[in-house]
Design a protein around this ligand. Structure first.
Ligand code: 1GP
Length: 251
């Protein structure tokens, strides 16, 4: 039987291999520019594409994913801002529960409403504990979610939240300072959380240089997600990917 993407993720973690994911927000990229981005990603050995955004106003989600899938084998994982952002052309769905917030709609409410739709999508579902960390600027995600982020220096709260998420059955923990965050998540917080959980840890939000991506991985991140910085300068893909893949393998 074919390994699921999640099995691949956990296997990579077991081997101590770090992964790099490019975030594509269909609202922020012209469909015509996707081909070039994909070719840069293939050359840079990017591990995953995350596709999604807080809003996804443009009606091009299916089309964007089809273009990616037709030109490479890099898995496409949906990172949806709302349950309407589904596409059967993707490989898997991060089934997000906003465990850092106290908004019941984003913890379970929207999931109940969209459950049959999600089930019938045929997508691989990856239950994900989504934690928003204060990145120094009110981001779209914090406004839309109507939930306070975890303060950037409250490492214990982050650790306890991740631990609770894992014990509730979340298969991934995604800590996000929000797209375009002024301050990305600190290595102290990443280290604290990584030491206490066993599931893979995804880190994103405001990562703009390869050095930061490298340090995040050293601190315990398993997957680094970059969107904004690459939208501004696509040539960063290679440097970021190299930095993540150059982290020494420690198991
Ligand atoms: C946002 O984690 C992602 O949800 C990536 O953030 O766009 O700032 O890289 P950036």
């Amino acid at each position: 039987m074919k390994n699921t993407l999640y099995q691949q993720l956990t296997e990579r973690k077991r081997q101590g291999r770090k992964s790099f994911s490019v975030l594509i927000d269909p609202d922020k990229i012209e469909v015509s520019a996707i081909d070039q981005l994909v070719s840069l990603a293939v050359n840079a050995n990017v591990d995953y594409f995350f596709v999604g955004g807080s809003l996804v106003i443009a009606d091009n989600l299916d089309e964007s994913i089809q273009i990616i899938k037709s030109s490479c084998n890099i898995p496409v994982i949906l990172f949806p801002g709302s349950p309407s952002q589904l596409s059967k052309y993707a490989d898997a769905l991060l089934y997000l529960s906003l465990i850092s917030g106290r908004n019941p709609e984003l913890l379970i409410g929207q999931h109940v409403i969209s459950a049959p739709f999600v089930k019938h999508s045929g997508l691989e579902i990856i239950p994900t504990g989504y934690m928003v960390i204060d990145g120094g600027a009110p981001t779209t995600v914090s406004y839309i979610s109507n939930a306070a982020p975890i303060p950037a220096d409250k490492n214990e709260i982050a650790m306890c939240t991740a631990l609770a998420g894992e014990m509730l059955g979340m298969k991934l923990i995604y800590m996000d300072a929000g797209s375009g965050a002024k301050r990305p998540i600190t290595e102290h917080m990443i280290e604290k959380v990584a030491r206490h959980i066993e599931v893979p840890l995804v880190i994103g939000g405001g990562i703009t240089d390869p050095e930061k991506a490298y340090l995040n991985c050293k601190a315990g991140a398993d997957i680094i997600v970059v969107g904004n910085a690459i939208e501004k300068d696509p040539s960063l893909i290679a440097e970021m990917s190299n930095a993540v893949h150059s982290v020494p393998v420690i198991v």
